[in-house]
Design a protein around this ligand. Structure first.
Ligand code: NAI
Length: 335
């Protein structure tokens, strides 16, 4: 194993906004960041040479082969600058002696507010209204929405983001049904109850996903679960794309059983998101089909993208790196 510089960070999938946020903080902490545009995968792992820390985001691919390459380069720490860690093979990191940290909470409200933004836009058709008025078209035909007050929202996963979303939903006067294998009794109230998943599917007008992606939750929205939902249901996913079987979702939309879909994440997003592809021919036919529905709204994984959240992500990620260098505890250290 080669020796790596403890002050050096190989920063994958870097964007200009990452650089603007991280660079001043890193300089103040005497850390050196090598900002690298490519996504981390088997082919780009050698770019981490010389760094003790590798900083990755949601679509970097940290599988066994990447972990082994990083270990042979002397990398000792993978610092995720996000909450979810489904893209990192934690067992392989453990076996290779690489420690892993993430940013467990940074602004759960940012993601929860984005989920509500998707709901309100789909419901009141803001995207259409905006364009119509710009073109001098003040007709209301086709813009009919529904009143949120009194509707039932099903929330799958009541961790930090799910709980923030519960508060927002209750503020709208909605009835909330939650499902989580680890219920939090503190959120139970007359308008907010835990129920079985089947009851949540059967009774919710809107279903919002806030659980992590793992084998038990992969394709939690599938042909069977869609069949249990109310006709006209709205499905919102700001969590991870793999929670939804996209082909089943498209079938549900075509049959009109699903009335609306709002997505900030998509199963195959690593091939698409975080880049300008407006002059490319997009090869993903499922994505292309999804984006043709008038009642589907897709954003490119921007739930986290508020100034407060991004500042907190940068602060915690660099604190994790400094703490690790100094032998202090870091956020959710797995090793
Ligand atoms: P968290 O760890 O605080 O909460 C996750 C909750 O899901 C926990 O209460 C857990 O018990 C629950 N859960 C586990 N297995 C479940 C199952 N089978 N069914 C239902 N619930 C289950 O995580 P947090 O911070 O609330 O984040 C949730 C997810 O949101 C993350 O895993 C990440 O994938 C996603 N996320 C998306 C962002 C975006 O920009 N769109 C930004 C940040 C997070």
């Amino acid at each position: 194993m080669r020796s790596a510089d403890a002050s050096r960070i190989a920063f994958f999938s870097s964007k200009r906004y990452d650089q603007e946020m991280f660079e001043p903080l890193a300089q103040a902490s005497k850390l050196h960041i090598d900002f690298k545009e490519p996504r981390l995968d088997q082919t780009t792992a050698p770019l981490a040479a010389g760094a003790k820390h590798v900083c990755v985001f949601v679509n970097d691919e940290v599988n066994t082969s990447v972990v082994e390459q990083l270990a042979s380069l002397g990398v000792e720490h993978i610092a995720l600058r996000c909450a979810g860690y489904n893209n990192v093979d934690i067992e392989s990191c453990r076996a290779a002696g690489i420690r892993v940290s993430h940013v467990p909470t940074y602004s759960p409200e940012a993601v929860a507010e984005h989920a509500m933004a998707l709901i309100l836009t789909l419901n009141r058709k803001m995207h259409k209204a905006y364009n119509r008025v710009k073109e001098g078209n003040f007709a209301l035909q086709g813009l009919l929405g529904f009143t949120m007050h009194g509707k039932t929202i099903g929330i799958i996963g009541t961790g930090n983001i799910g709980k923030a979303f519960v508060r927002i939903a209750l503020g709208f006067g909605c009835k909330v049904l939650c499902f989580d294998p680890y219920p939090d009794p503190s959120i139970i109230s007359p308008n907010c109850q835990y129920v079985e998943l089947s009851e949540l599917f059967a009774k919710s007008d809107i279903i919002s996903l806030h659980c992590p992606l793992m084998p038990q939750t992969q394709h939690i929205i599938n042909t069977d679960s869609i069949a249990q939902m109310k006709p006209g249901v709205m499905v919102i996913n700001t969590s991870r794309g793999g929670l939804i079987d996209t082909a089943a979702l498209i079938k549900g939309l075509k049959s009109k059983h699903i009335g609306f879909v709002g997505l900030d994440v998509y199963e195959m997003e690593s091939e698409l998101f975080f880049r300008d592809r407006s002059c490319e021919v997009i090869q993903d036919d499922l994505f292309q089909r999804l984006s043709t529905f008038h009642n589907v709204l897709i954003t490119g994984h921007q739930g986290f993208f508020t100034i407060e959240a991004v500042t907190e992500i940068a602060n915690t990620t660099l604190a994790n790196i400094l703490n690790l260098n100094q032998g202090q505890p870091v956020a959710a250290r797995f090793l």
